[in-house]
Design a protein around this ligand. Structure first.
Ligand code: PAF
Length: 284
């Protein structure tokens, strides 16, 4: 497995592979890999003939008040795990390599980046869209795989690829969960054992919504009040948002008449956890 830190070397590798007919699959990550990332890697392996993983904790997607400095990192372990997955190349640039002095160009997917996580984290998706556009230009993948746990991010990246005519196929991979339903996330490492238990309220709330919709409920206000009640039964949980939105446009909906995104962000201690489900009337 090659480990590349320089943009020029990464671009040369991709150029060579493309010229020799390889199909490059990319999994962009911020490292501190868990089973969720590894399942993206395995999906990517099945989509291409060369497999690249990027590891870069992107400062542009963190506000100054957020956990950029504290974000968990373990590059040696990440490299070991990726080697075992037969990854061909790991791209792990420095911040100075990605954002050199006088850097000033950003990509903003304006409308879709504003609600949900964008409301509480202004500028977050501008940072995500910018780094993903840069990674696509550097690694030049034919296909890139993203997890559905970050549903808003996934849809923003799809929009970005369409709007900027980027020649890359975006593949969505289902959320990977622990046996008890907790969605895997690097930020789960912030949870102590009792918070880890408390964090299950997100999954329970998704299930409450799913069962209401299964039983024919389609009024969003009713569903959201049941979801919020389920989360707030957990004293250590603080709801950041619980919203029902169209999965494509991310616009708010009033009734569930077609597949609808239920997206949650909940603080448990110092961890802000997100999760989501698509509620489909008559199909759950
Ligand atoms: O989902 C993530 O880990 C990050 O937001 C991404 C897509 C790698 C961009 O930094």
């Amino acid at each position: 497995m090659r480990v590349i830190e320089q943009i020029s070397q990464m671009q040369s590798w991709s150029e060579r592979e493309r010229c020799s007919g390889s199909r490059i699959a990319l999994v962009p990550t911020m490292g501190f890999l868990h089973e969720g990332h590894l399942s993206l890697v395995r999906e990517a392996r099945s989509k291409g003939t060369r497999l690249a993983v990027s590891i870069f904790v992107n400062p542009a997607q963190f506000a100054p008040s957020e956990d950029y400095a504290a974000y968990p990192r373990d590059l040696d372990r990440d490299r070991y795990l990726l080697e075992r997955e037969s990854v061909d190349v790991v791209f792990c640039p420095s911040v100075a390599e990605m954002y050199p002095e006088r850097y000033q160009t950003y990509v903003d997917v304006e409308e879709m980046g504003a609600p949900l996580c964008g409301a509480g984290r202004p500028g977050h998706f501008r940072g995500v869209a910018t780094v993903v556009a840069k990674l696509f230009n550097i690694v030049r993948p034919h296909v890139a795989v993203f997890g559905q746990k970050d549903f808003q991010q996934l849809q923003i990246i799809r929009r970005l690829a369409r709007d900027l005519n980027l020649d890359v196929e975006i593949v969505a991979h289902p959320t990977v969960r622990e046996k008890d339903g907790l969605a895997l996330s690097s930020r789960n490492s912030y949870l102590d054992p009792s918070e880890r238990q408390a964090a299950l309220c997100l999954y329970r709330a998704l299930k409450v919504a799913e069962s209401l919709v299964q039983r024919g409920e389609n009024n969003c206000a009713t569903i959201l009040s049941a979801v919020t009640a389920e989360i707030t039964r957990e004293p250590r949980a603080r709801v950041d948002y619980a919203e029902l939105r169209d999965p494509e446009s991310l616009k708010e909906v009033g009734r569930i008449e077609r597949p609808t995104l239920l997206a949650l962000a909940v603080w448990i201690g110092k961890a802000r956890l997100i999760d989501n489900i698509i509620l489909a009337p008559g199909r759950n």
